[in-house]
Design a protein around this ligand. Structure first.
Ligand code: KIV
Ligand code: ZN
Length: 387
């Protein structure tokens, strides 16, 4: 039996914190509605106390979406929780995401506090948020570096206080996948009331391991993943929604399913990238410009014989129109012949050899040979072959 994994999207909160990515409320509503169509379970719409704009966005997104839970972030403070509860009043289902640091480095240098005090404040925040009548998710900030026994104690205490979800963030992107997985497993083995809450994983990408850590967390029992479109987020970003969703699609043997409709992924990636002025790197998994582009001769030949030779998913699955063959000086005759045939030119034998030689000259000069260059080469072939 497949396990349903909840997708908690934080593009509009952790993603939007990135310098230059700030959105107007109207833009956030457009993205929130698209996230609903994509099939996410939770939309973290903002940090209501942080600014009047964020407050308004949480209010308007709460009105605009029907299916997903709308979530507002808070610190473990009364004023934050009061403001979040106010911002979420129109949500069909609202969630307050409150929390506090759990690692000694945060406890000592950020909160100038003690383990006992942060534990007490965390428990109080959960009880207070719960008293507002919302679902409550607790985040144990910097859990990736926290003392494990203390993290387990904190998790148990906040579940006891009523937390519906406990988020175990690798805030600094420090963990290695097998060790992050072990952390999650340790909680399942040592927190007595763990079955009363959902364990959530929220990973940052400082070492490029956010997706790997997230998957490892799920394999070890987490049932909610916190992600963003295109992996945008603080510093090196958060776990990418598209990567996690497609890992579960491609590796069906893992038996994890989400509610994500993969065919909507590419369109939303483009929308978020455009609105946030955040270009997607060309080699980004799933949504980068080169994710389904084949450029070396050996790969192009293999791909043209049978797409599965070099593609583990069909681009149409994620809403990309088609794979592409990029013609460069590394391309072979098979790719050239194929592209020419798409342009209506059939060349074989000597003609194909001649056009290929000329193609290489053009390719050495221009990095990529485009269809217009091929049309010129094709038009010259009768002359070149005659001479
Ligand atoms: O990375 C983090 O710890 C966070 C929390 C506020 C959930 O974003
Ligand atoms: Zn984060």
């Amino acid at each position: 039996m497949s396990q349903r994994i909840k997708v908690f999207d934080t593009t509009l909160r952790d993603g939007e914190q990135v310098p230059g990515c700030q959105l107007k409320t109207e833009e956030k509503i457009i993205i929130a509605k698209e996230l609903e169509l994509l099939g996410v379970d939770v939309i973290e719409a903002g940090f209501p106390i942080s600014s009047p704009g964020d407050f308004l966005s949480v209010v308007e997104i709460s009105k605009a979406v029907k299916e997903p839970i709308v979530c507002g972030l808070t610190r473990a403070k009364k004023e934050d929780i009061d403001v979040a509860a106010e911002a979420l009043r129109y949500a069909k289902r609202g969630r307050i995401h409150t929390g506090i640091g759990s690692s000694d480095v945060h406890i000592k240098h950020k909160f100038k506090s003690t383990r006992d005090q942060v534990l007490e404040q965390g428990v109080w925040a959960v009880q207070y948020a719960k008293s507002k009548g919302f679902e409550v998710e607790f985040y144990a900030e910097d859990a990736g570096r926290a003392d494990l026994a203390f993290l387990a104690m904190m998790t148990q205490a906040v579940i006891e206080a009523g937390a519906d979800v406990v988020n175990i963030p690798d805030t600094t992107g420090y963990c290695l996948p097998h060790l992050y997985g072990k952390r999650i497993n340790y909680l399942f083995e040592n927190v007595k009331n763990i079955s009363k809450a959902t364990i959530s994983v929220h990973c940052h990408n400082d070492l490029g391991l956010a997706t790997a850590n997230t998957v490892s967390g799920v394999i070890n029992g987490a049932r909610q993943v916190e992600v963003t479109i295109n992996g945008i987020g603080e510093r090196a970003g958060n776990t990418s929604l598209e990567e996690v969703a497609m890992i579960f699609e491609v590796h069906k043997d893992l038996n994890f399913v989400t509610g994500i409709k993969p065919e909507k992924i590419y369109g939303l990636s483009k929308l978020v990238s455009g609105m946030m002025h955040m270009p997607v790197q060309a080699n980004k998994a799933i949504v980068g410009a080169n994710a389904f582009a084949h450029s070396s001769g050996i790969h192009q030949d293999g791909f043209l014989k049978h797409a599965e030779n070099y593609e583990i998913m069909n681009p149409a699955q994620v809403g990309v129109l088609s794979s592409s063959i990029v013609l460069t000086a590394r391309s072979g005759r098979a790719a050239l012949k194929h592209r020419l045939s798409l342009l209506g030119h059939q060349f074989e034998g000597e003609e194909l050899n001649t056009i290929y030689e000329n193609f290489l000259l053009v390719a050495d000069e221009k990095k990529e040979v485009r269809d217009e260059d091929l049309q010129v080469l094709a038009a010259n072939i009768p002359v070149l072959v005659k001479n």
